[in-house]
Write a protein that binds this ligand. Structure first.
Ligand code: PEP
Ligand code: MN
Length: 338
């Protein structure tokens, strides 16, 4: 951490700053320049609040040199994390495709869709059984029945399953069924939920909060890692910006940025990021070109009757065409799908 101090500061005030740094565990190295005094404070604690120093008399500014997250950072672990779930390797050379409906709507529906997405090359079946809906009047999910249907549909088609947990009280129930937990955008800041999921070894796909900075997103990942779960997948799913043409703005450059800052595998979700079916395929192609480690795509065979997110679901035929294109793009960047 670098603390910039006024050149003409009274010595007692400078002492107060240095004492405050020392009492927070920093070693302080002072250098006097032409315009400022610079204090190099070494030994930063991950949770240190730099405002404690910023507010002191005579301090002009404080700059952090290390990130506030540790376990999630490349500095801590330089090689990419690879997560093995049954036969599937997440974060390796293969780009893993997660596909399925927004919600599990019935046993027949999820079995039908599992077969369809598996045939086109998906490895993981998605479907919400507990839905975090913006409106309390919207479909809230099938609950445990949904989990059962998803599990049997995944098993019958040699797929893994992923489903969202929205409440700490659901942990034991969902854990019985799922291979991977999903934390939704609306829950990225739900620290009690993150703490509960830090105690399992099952992978957790952590969606970026729709208004979260990359640093806040990585701090939420840090909760999972610090609690003892190393199997964390990050997922960019669109953020809120000043533009409202689409549902969200797909922050495609976040894929690279976060891969640079962190060793964790990164997923991209162009379905929620755009919110419209006709935008999904182009953004999925772009995400693969941007070197995403996984893709999450909503697929429905009758989107008009879908109980949630129908307008952003692509059809089985569109999904199959998309997969053919994605396989070619993956090859160009020395990766593969399938
Ligand atoms: C979902 O995956 O269906 C979902 C609700 O996603 P998000 O949390 O990104 O809105
Ligand atoms: Mn959805």
């Amino acid at each position: 951490m670098i603390v910039v101090v006024e050149k003409n500061i009274q010595s007692e005030k400078l002492e107060i700053i240095i004492n405050e740094l020392n009492s927070n565990g920093f070693d302080v190295h002072q250098s006097t320049g032409e315009q400022f005094i610079t204090l190099g404070a070494l030994g930063v604690q991950p949770g240190f609040d730099i405002r404690k120093i910023k507010v002191l008399d005579g301090v002009i500014d404080v700059f952090r040199i290390t990130e506030p997250y540790k376990l999630a950072s490349r500095r801590f672990k330089s090689e990419k994390t690879v997560i093995k779930v049954k036969e599937v390797e997440i974060g390796g050379e293969e780009i893993i495709v997660i596909a399925g409906p927004c919600s599990v709507e019935s046993e027949e529906q999820i079995h039908r869709l599992a077969k369809i997405v598996q045939k086109s090359g998906a490895k993981i079946l998605r479907g919400g059984a507990f839905k975090p809906r913006t409106s309390p009047y919207s479909f809230q999910g099938l609950g445990e029945d949904g989990l059962k249907f998803l599990r049997s549909a995944a098993d019958e088609n040699n797929l893994l399953m992923i489903t969202e947990i929205i409440d700490t009280a659901q942990f034991d129930l969902i854990e019985k069924y799922t291979d991977i937990f999903q934390i939704g955008s609306r829950n990225m800041y739900n620290y009690p939920l993150l703490k509960v999921l830090s105690k399992t070894q099952k992978p957790v796909l952590l969606k970026r909060g729709m208004s979260a900075t990359i640093e806040e997103w990585l701090m939420s990942a840090e909760y999972l890692l610090a609690g003892g779960n190393p199997n964390v997948i990050l997922c960019e799913r669109g953020i809120r910006t000043f533009d409202n043409n689409l549902r969200f703005t797909f922050d495609i450059s976040a894929i690279n940025t976060v891969q640079e800052k962190s060793h964790l595998p990164v997923c991209s979700d162009p379905s929620h990021a755009t919110g419209y079916r006709d935008k999904v395929s182009a953004m999925a192609r772009a995400a693969v070109a941007a070197n995403t480690d996984l893709l999450m795509i909503e697929v429905h065979d009758n989107p008009a009757s879908a109980l949630s997110d129908g307008p952003q679901a692509i059809t089985p035929e569109q999904f199959d065409n998309l997969m053919t294109q994605l396989k070619q793009i993956a090859q160009v960047i020395s990766r593969r799908i399938g």
